[in-house]
Design a protein around this ligand. Structure first.
Ligand code: SAM
Ligand code: SF4
Length: 331
């Protein structure tokens, strides 16, 4: 599947639920959240049919996200089914890590091999300020358990001015003695994210450099990509002296990577979106629940992909048309 600008769609991100056991301020509001009704959510069997269709059309990687994917029942069963879909080469999960600690082994046995754990600070009070709950230690436990179990582990941290900015070196330090990639992601002005001010990659690098010393740039990800198919994402990496793991920077605001975007997103209520920020979408839930054939469904997805925008419109005077929150779209 190729979009109107020649970009191949090889990577599907599935929001398995819009619910979550945390309330990160920049992602979903603390109070007054209304969740979609059970019947409005895509069933696992429906997601599986869609993945099989898309895998035949070239999708090679699936990431489960949300909301918090570990709060949906029978996730292990779903992972096992996905791992058996022909053509899916990589299966990954993005999680806040809290429930993952107890599920790490079962998920690994079911075929999951890669996990991104979100952790914006190691300071419990700041963690609580951001998420509404204490849990920083548990999230670090999740990183350690994931490494012990054999996963490829990344940590995701969203730097926010006057909230966690001064605690970033501690998060980066997780990569000192661990084979993890700690990635700093620029805050995107989506949903609740619009009420906060993120920290640019340039400023994060300065904060880290002042605290941890010099770093060396790792192999340029463009050349890595030229070496063959790449499903690893848009982070650019550096390594601090004597660090086992790397630090990475994902910069949707200051260094737009839309020209290399290979993603499709499936929302928990069954819409395929070719871009996080655009209103372009197709309701595959209603197609999956109709008489539509696999070919009809593939054509509907291909058609919305052909209309994918060339780039996002973050930072432009006119706000983008997406009104949903991150937990609804799938971050
Ligand atoms: N609950 C899981 C978690 O927290 O990892 C998966 C869903 S969460 C929406 C996925 C990632 O999106 C998290 O790392 C979170 O920090 C990030 N995120 C949420 N809102 C964001 C925003 N406005 N800008 C940048 N990243 C955001
Ligand atoms: Fe939940 Fe993840 Fe959003 Fe935090 S970022 S509220 S953990 S979905």
């Amino acid at each position: 599947m190729i979009d109107g600008f020649g970009r191949k769609a090889e990577y599907l991100r599935i929001s398995v639920t819009d619910r979550c056991n945390l309330r990160c301020q920049y992602c979903m509001p603390d109070k007054g959240v209304t969740f979609r009704h059970h019947e409005e959510m895509l069933r696992y069997e429906e997601m599986l049919r869609l993945v099989r269709i898309l895998a035949k059309a070239g999708v090679k990687k699936v990431r489960l996200t949300g909301g918090e994917p570990t709060v949906r029942r029978d996730l292990v069963w779903f992972v096992r089914q996905l791992s058996e879909v022909e053509g899916i080469e990589q299966l990954a999960l993005t999680t806040n890590g809290l429930k993952f600690c107890e599920m790490a082994e079962e998920l690994y046995d079911a075929g999951l091999r890669a996990v991104n754990i979100s952790l914006d600070t190691l300071n419990e009070e700041v963690y609580r300020q951001i998420t509404g709950h204490y849990g920083a230690k548990k999230a670090v436990d999740a990183v350690n358990i994931a490494l012990r179990t054999g996963y490829r582990v990344k940590v995701n941290c969203v730097p926010i001015k006057n909230v966690n900015a001064r605690y970033l070196p501690e998060v980066a330090y997780l990569a000192r003695d661990r084979a993890v990639d700690v990635r700093f992601i620029e805050l995107m002005p989506i949903g609740c994210g619009q009420s906060f001010e993120g920290v640019s990659t340039e400023d994060v690098k300065l904060i880290l450099k002042n605290a941890l010393g010099d770093f060396r740039e790792e192999a340029d990800y463009f050349s890595e990509r030229q070496a063959g198919p790449d499903l690893s994402g848009p982070a650019k990496y550096v390594r601090f002296k004597d660090f086992e793991g790397r630090c990475g920077f994902i910069s949707p605001m200051s260094d737009c990577f839309c020209d290399r975007c290979n993603r499709l997103r499936l929302t928990a209520d069954g819409y395929i979106k070719p871009c996080l920020y655009s209103a372009e979408k197709v309701n595959v839930c209603s197609l999956l629940r109709s008489e539509a054939s696999d070919e009809d469904i593939l054509e509907a997805v291909s058609s919305v992909l052909r209309n994918k925008n060339q780039r996002h419109s973050f930072g432009e005077a006119v706000p983008g048309p997406e009104r949903r929150r991150m937990n609804e779209i799938g971050g």
